[in-house]
Design a protein around this ligand. Structure first.
Ligand code: ADP
Ligand code: MG
Length: 703
């Protein structure tokens, strides 16, 4: 017996009551009943209507409680004010699953919000699971169940769809029907009073009829739970998500670089990357990806062979392959010899393989089959433009047959209009993903390769470094007892030190003479900085001096700094001047963390200075993460080659930067009260020389 999912009453009910079925065609309550009766559902359908004797030739019941037999699923379409009463009756009837289609809840002002709260409470008390309210409903092609008011019903297939928006779902379904894309299950959860995306993902993780889950969501309520579940489900089947609304996380006071750069979209991107979720950035991409994953298995690697009957499109496809970071396969000598036996002399036998403008279907089929046997080829992309001798439909047929016989995927890019319509239909039916432009085909392939790689990776376990948590705790307590949320530089230094991050020797001076003494003790050259929790960027007001070589310079610098602070920041509270060891490491990078409202601590990495401020060349991960993501964060920024020693620069200690990222990840996980922090800059030496944090900023939550 296959395991029953927790939501099986929604997708495999034996009997369905349509409460609020309407006698008037065109009303939602009528459309749903008609959909229920016309989709091949084998179970019982009970319309419930207060007065009608029958609707659409079905016997009607005045109340759900009057139905003789058991009812697995209630579809509720009554006006909002009646929903609660109807739910009570469902409870009496022993119904455990309800789809509440009715609008007039959270989305409809204060009264609706209150009503929704009551619905949540009532459903919980009665033990009824709810999809909705204010939703399109649910479908299951396997059960012939269409409990929606959508204008059509898709064919059966392996894709299951979650949509927060009902309106968008009708468009998706309608388009899919036209394209012949098959679905297994569908749910639009509307306001999501009970069941949401996470429940559906969990329910479909083990669903044998679902091989790809596609979701349209507008937001995530519980980031950590979302990450846990998607990580788990993605390990079994691809999860493709279109997340709408990539706006910044509201207007809030930001006290660090990281805070100003970490928008909620960065958090979503990071969380998706870490959990293997495939992100679609548009509706178009959502379909492109859904089709690729539903029709073909992901390739074993990144090496693509391109087949074409025209130079231009071949070049476009090649460019796209390189741009997204896939590889052009190097065709083996044996394969080339085989290709030569049946292809014209003038063909190009090196990737992209040009079959020439007069290529008929047999050339395509032979080349595709031959290439798919080459162990250097992980995927074939067949590009076709309709020319005089082209046989689009026969070619489609041949490619489909080749794809069916191969473990490696075949994708098609048939470019054109009327000349290729039939061919495209055939490709769709035979499950060869097909795209009108090479770039879209290549993007889909890239997503498949990435997903395959993600699944092969072991979990990225966080590393636990030794840390003096008590010391950190004390520093935070002291700041709070003084009603401060911004730690001063000395405190921030101590926090880093407690976590084993190297910091320069520093001593605080209250007079020029004391500064000189400290400098002697530390050893020249030294750096001097003002210490004030009120000054964000010390160097902006001349509050940092580097390369001070002797006692006289130290005393002069002290006087000058004091003068400047009094002039440029007269209101700032000044705690003295810090005399600091001058760190001799060339490169500067920035590490930081900010708290995302949904996902919690986000860790950021970038090069210092203009790279962060002007170019916003930074990368993010949700903490905690392990070595792999620490290194990927470093490699992801555009200027990463500079750290490896590009253009005559010396390479730097990448491993030490990664360790520091791991420490930050651990620190912000262990201390959720850290709202924002920056290490700016972390000075980095050559490989083996390690890192030193010369400036840090930490903001904690009020108690
Ligand atoms: P702020 O960011 O408030 O202006 P910093 O402490 O970051 O002040 O100092 C500004 C710059 O001075 C740093 O980016 C770094 O280049 C340099 N610097 C600061 N402290 C040191 C140090 N101890 N050793 C070497 N260079 C330093
Ligand atoms: Mg700084």
């Amino acid at each position: 017996m296959p395991q029953k999912s927790a939501l099986h009453k929604f997708f495999e009910p034996k009997s369905v009551a349509v409460i609020g079925a309407s006698t008037k065609p065109g009303k939602v309550g009528h459309v749903i009943l008609r959909n229920m009766l016309s989709s091949g559902f084998q179970g019982k359908v009970y319309p419930v209507h207060p007065r009608a004797a029958e609707i659409l030739a079905q016997k009607c019941y005045p109340s759900v409680t009057e139905i003789e037999g058991p009812v697995d699923l209630a579809v509720v379409v009554v006006p909002a004010p009646v929903v609660l009463t109807v739910m009570e009756e469902c409870g009496q009837k022993g119904i455990e699953a309800a789809v509440v289609i009715s609008a007039g809840f959270k989305e409809a002002g204060p009264e609706g919000i209150e009503r929704e709260r009551e619905l949540a409470k009532l459903a919980q008390n009665l033990g009824i699971r709810v999809v909705g309210p204010n939703c399109l409903g649910v479908m299951s092609t396997g059960s012939g169940l269409n409990a929606t008011f959508a204008p059509g019903f898709p064919v059966a297939g392996k894709v299951s769809l979650i949509s927060q928006s009902g309106a968008l779902a009708t468009a998706i379904i309608d388009w899919s029907i036209e394209q012949g894309i098959g679905y297994s299950k569908f749910a639009s959860f509307g306001n999501g009073v009970d069941i949401g995306a996470i429940d559906l993902l969990r329910a479909w993780e083990h669903d044998a009829d679902t091989s790809v889950i596609v979701a349209y969501i507008e937001g995530v309520q519980n980031g950590p739970e979302f990450m846990k579940v998607t990580r788990q489900v993605s390990a079994r089947k691809p999860v493709i998500v279109l997340k709408a609304g990539s706006t910044q996380a509201g207007a809030r006071a930001v006290s660090s670089h990281t805070g100003s750069l970490a928008g909620s979209d960065e958090a979503y991107n990071a969380a998706f990357t870490q959990c293997g979720v495939i992100r679609a950035h548009s509706m178009e991409q959502l379909f492109d990806l859904a089709v690729a994953f539903a029709y073909q298995g992901p390739p074993r690697g990144p090496k693509v062979a391109i087949l074409t009957n025209a130079g231009g499109p071949g070049v476009m496809a090649t460019d796209a392959v390189e741009r997204v970071g896939l590889e052009l396969a190097t065709i083996q000598a044996d394969t080339i010899s085989t290709l030569r036996t049946r292809l014209p002399e003038a063909s190009n036998f090196y990737n992209p393989i040009d079959l020439l403008g007069d290529a008929d279907s047999s050339r395509y089929t032979f080349a595709a089959e031959t290439l798919l046997k080459d162990s250097n080829v992980d995927a074939v992309l067949a590009v076709l433009t309709p020319q005089a001798m082209t046989q689009p439909k026969e070619t489609a047929e041949g490619l489909a047959a080749a794809a069916e016989r191969s473990q490696q995927p075949v994708l098609a890019c048939f470019m054109g209009g009327r000349a290729i319509t039939d061919a495209v239909d055939l490709l769709n039916r035979r499950q060869v993903p097909t795209y009108p432009y090479p770039e879209r085909a290549v993007q889909a392939l890239k997503a498949m390769v990435d997903y395959r790689m993600w699944r092969q990776e072991p979990p990225d376990e966080p590393v636990a470094f030794k840390a003096d948590r008590d010391a950190v705790h004390e520093i935070f307590e002291r700041a709070r007892s003084e009603a401060r949320v911004n730690l001063d530089a000395m405190e921030a230094r101590q926090v880093l030190y407690a976590y084993g991050i190297a910091v320069p020797k520093s001593l605080v001076a209250q007079s020029a003479e004391e500064a000189a003494e400290h400098a002697q003790q530390i050893g020249f050259p030294v750096v001097m900085k003002i210490i004030s929790p009120d000054i964000l960027h010390k160097s902006d007001i001349g509050g940092v001096r580097v390369g001070i070589r002797n006692a006289q310079e130290t005393m002069d610098a002290y006087e000058l700094m004091m003068l400047r602070v009094h002039r440029y920041a007269p209101k700032a509270s000044l705690q003295g001047i810090c005399v600091q060891e001058m760190v001799q490491r060339e490169r500067e990078v920035i590490l930081g963390s900010a708290r995302d409202p949904q996902f919690g601590p986000l860790v950021m990495f970038g090069l210092g200075g203009i790279y962060v401020e002007v170019l916003k060349d930074v990368s993010f991960r949700v903490a905690p993460f392990g070595q792999r993501h620490a290194h990927r964060m470093i490699e992801e920024i555009r200027s990463a080659p500079l750290l490896h020693g590009a253009r005559g620069e010396r390479p730097c200690d990448i491993d030490a930067i990664a360790d520091c990222l791991l420490v930050v990840s651990q620190m912000v996980t262990e201390f959720p009260e850290i709202l924002e922090m920056d290490i700016n800059p972390l000075k980095v030496g050559e490989p083996g020389a390690g890192t030193v944090a010369v400036d840090a900023r930490i903001t904690i939550a009020e108690k």
